[in-house]
Design a protein around this ligand. Structure first.
Ligand code: API
Length: 254
């Protein structure tokens, strides 16, 4: 079986062209492929499948082999893959677990439209929302030296989130006007990742609410730089775009 390795700001994925629908989906197999010592190594695995009325279907699994909710960086990488395969040219509409997504391709970046975001839970300590995946957003100082792993894990496995299926946890530092730095503990990877697309989307929206950052936010993550653009409406957020690089790293045979 042929596989490809892609990364978007260091969020890395095993990608398989599964238009023949022959990939043997099993939690153990996917977890083994994603394992960084016993396998290829990745934060997740994606299948590109055919879908009626769309350019393709994105099927995403976390590195522990569980079927994940939406993955923003994965979506950007799969759009780059579809472009590399010649399935799409410079724009696309595809279907994922959280619905329809549009995207635009340039040499430098993939710009991916995310779901509209409503129902934001605001508390004094954190904001919680669904941007395709569930995200907890909290603000810290000295992010560079922050214990993302232990604190993120405690929140992810703590109440009220653990009984609702867990959450991804984002730690945010304000670095300037419309600028944040973010580190994320990811559910399903159960570790910090170098970037999380649905996570930085949640952080940008939280920064609109708490800090008044408008229209766009530039976000530094461990693996590079992402930008979120959005429009605030009466009920929430629409035309939310996740923008950043997505790159093929290598390909191989298993
Ligand atoms: N890394 C992903 C998020 C994956 C979400 C996953 N960890 C889950 O909640 O199941 C992203 O770029 O949006």
């Amino acid at each position: 079986m042929k596989f490809y390795k892609y990364q978007g700001t260091g969020n890395d994925f095993v990608v398989v062209d599964d238009r023949s629908k022959s990939f043997p989906i099993s939690q153990e197999f996917i977890a083994q492929l994603c394992h960084r010592r016993f396998g290829i190594g990745a934060d997740g695995l994606m299948l590109l499948q055919e879908a009626e009325g769309y350019d393709f279907r994105m099927v995403y699994f976390n590195s522990d082999g569980t079927e994940g909710s939406m993955c923003g960086n994965g979506g950007r990488c799969l759009v780059r893959f579809a472009h590399d395969l010649g399935i799409i040219s410079d724009s696309t509409v595809f279907i994922a677990v959280d619905g329809e997504h549009e995207a635009k391709v340039t040499k430098e970046v993939i710009s991916l439209k995310m779901i509209d975001v409503n129902n934001i839970e605001e508390t004094s300590d954190y904001d919680f929302m669904n941007t395709g995946s569930p995200h907890y957003v909290t603000y810290v100082s000295d992010l560079q030296n922050y214990d993302v792993y232990s604190t993120g894990k405690a929140i992810r496995y703590g109440e009220p989130f653990v009984s609702k299926g867990g959450t991804n946890v984002n730690f945010v530092e304000v670095t300037g006007e419309n600028a944040l730095a973010v580190r994320t503990y990811e559910r399903g990877v159960e570790d910090e990742t170098y970037a999380c697309g649905t996570g930085v989307t949640a952080c940008a929206i939280s920064a609109n609410i708490r800090l008044g950052f408008d229209k766009f936010v530039d976000i530094k993550v461990m693996g590079g730089q992402l930008r979120i653009e959005f429009e605030r409406t009466e009920n929430g957020y629409q035309n939310v775009f996740l923008i950043g690089p997505a790159v093929r790293v290598f390909e191989g045979e298993i």
